[in-house]
Design a protein around this ligand. Structure first.
Ligand SMILES: Nc1ncnc2c1ncn2[C@@H]1O[C@H](COP(=O)(O)OP(=O)(O)OP(=O)(O)O)[C@@H](O)[C@H]1O
Ligand SMILES: [Mg+2]
Length: 447
């Protein structure tokens, strides 16, 4: 199978998927078993190579159900800054550590993984494709072709295409068509979002995995992975913003009408809060991280004025007591800055009107007290904290937003049964896989 479990122990478990979330603070490997319901299910999970089978059956509401996480491994991330690799050797060590732990927990040998990618280098652009329909009716071939046409935009040589996501079709001028198959028409058009990343960053991630002895079978933009674990289909249809606030970056993906309509990455995350605390309270980074997690809050109005906290000295030995208010006075401006950036991004693109079901905050830093309230104040939208759901097992991940991307990656892999959508124009996955990937992504909106 394409999941790449090539050793004997793993061959019996060809219905496994492995996601490797390569974060700035932590690398997390998740092994998930896809249940037989999905194997034989409406979605055609294991018949995906037979397009006809998949096409005959549009119903594939499998979000999360039938996915059982059987092994999780994590390791502190060394060698990554703001989502981008700065030291390959250290990254390889962390990947090996996380993968070995997941192998032991799941009892399998992992040979291939899907990985997440983030960083300020990720870009999102719109494109349009149009083809003439020569057959009597539109079929999957025409859908493939029109997406391929939309994908044919000039991309700078130093960028890779990561995702090509169609957001509806137009047949003979009639727009708003989610599934043109079976329709008559002479002209088929589609609008797509193309998500790209810097070639060097993509290749450094791939290289690190290869050095760790792993094949990379897909690369998923981090908030797309997070969305798979924290958003409902209704939210995606109505319009929602998923915001993953990690250690090094804050990633935003906007969904409307079931598919992604905008994305942005900011090089600000939980580590900035920690650094501010370390500088502001003159304490080592490790102690600042502890204080932030234990006593942190981003809204002064949420705390009592007489609260006191204990903080360690630079050598970590002496403790002194300070008003908790001092800590909040450091954290609040950083949160205001972050949500101000997000607000500017949303309003600049006029997206406020499409975010009808509000904002879902996730990622480790979303766990800090007051984040949802602060986001609501600044973004002027309803906000909830999204924790990963939609799978069995790994109960420790369920209430923890820092696992959204890792759990979501496993769900995304299981649901999509990729190779990744249109991944990479430089042939890492290859043309056949690319076309198949475009089709898979097109198929996603037919539900
Ligand atoms: N309870 C908490 N309160 C405040 N911050 C927290 C809490 N729990 C985790 N964090 C912060 O969340 C961040 C890590 O989040 P996460 O694991 O989502 O990041 P990552 O995936 O490693 O990074 P990135 O996605 O940016 O590459 C750290 O900065 C950590 O301090
Ligand atoms: Mg992350």
């Amino acid at each position: 199978m394409y999941f790449g479990f090539v050793k004997e122990t793993a061959l019996k478990k060809d219905h496994l998927v492995v996601g490797l979330d390569i974060g700035t603070t932590r690398i997390c490997a998740v092994v998930a078993e896809v249940s037989s319901m999905q194997k034989q299910g409406k979605r055609g999970f294991f018949t995906k190579f037979k397009k006809a089978d998949v096409l005959q059956d549009d119903h594939y509401n499998v979000h999360g159900s039938g996915i059982n996480i059987i092994g999780v491994g994590s390791a502190p991330s060394r060698g990554i800054k703001k989502g981008v690799i700065t030291n390959i050797e250290s990254t390889v060590d962390s990947i090996v550590e996380a993968v070995q732990e997941a192998e032991t927990a799941a009892g399998v040998d992992i040979k291939a993984v899907h990985i997440t990618i983030t960083g300020a280098h990720i870009g999102c652009l719109s494109s349009h494709g149009v083809i003439a329909v020569k057959e009597k009716e539109i079929g999957h071939r025409e859908v493939d072709h029109v997406i391929e046409a939309a994908r044919a935009v000039a991309i700078p040589f130093d960028r890779e295409i990561l995702h090509v996501v169609p957001s509806g079709f137009i047949v003979d001028g009639q727009s708003g068509i989610t599934d043109p198959r079976g329709m008559a028409g002479v002209r088929l058009e589609t609008n797509v979002k193309i998500i790209t990343g810097a070639t060097a960053s993509v290749q450094n991630l791939m290289r690190s995995c290869e050095k760790a002895g792993l094949d990379v079978t897909g690369v998923v933009f981090q908030p797309i992975a997070s969305a798979a674990a924290v958003l409902t289909q209704d939210e995606k249809d109505l319009g929602v913003a998923v915001i993953d606030i990690g250690g090094g970056t804050t990633d935003m993906a906007l969904y409307y009408d079931g598919s992604i309509c905008h994305s942005a990455v900011f090089a600000v995350g939980g580590n900035n809060f920690t650094n501010d605390v370390a500088v502001g309270l003159r304490t080592p980074a490790q102690e600042a991280e502890r204080i932030k997690k234990k006593h942190g809050c981003v809204m002064i109005s949420c705390i009592k004025s007489d609260e006191e906290i204990e903080i360690g000295s630079a050598d970590g030995k002496l403790f002194r007591s300070i008003p908790r208010r001092h800590l909040i006075e450091i954290l609040q401006p950083r949160a205001e800055e972050l949500f101000g950036l997000l607000k500017d991004e949303i309003t600049a693109g006029g997206f406020q009107k499409v975010i009808n079901s509000g904002v879902v905050l996730t990622g480790g830093a979303a766990a800090m007290e007051g984040m949802a309230a602060m986001a609501e104040n600044i973004l002027e939208l309803p906000v909830r904290i999204g924790t990963p759901t939609g799978f069995e097992g790994a109960d420790e991940m369920k209430g923890d937003p820092s696992f959204a991307a890792a759990a979501g990656l496993a769900i995304y892999c299981a649901e999509e049964s990729m190779p990744l959508t249109g991944f990479n124009s430089s042939g890492i996955v290859g043309m056949k896989a690319k076309v198949k990937g475009w089709y898979e992504e097109a198929f996603k909106i037919f539900s």
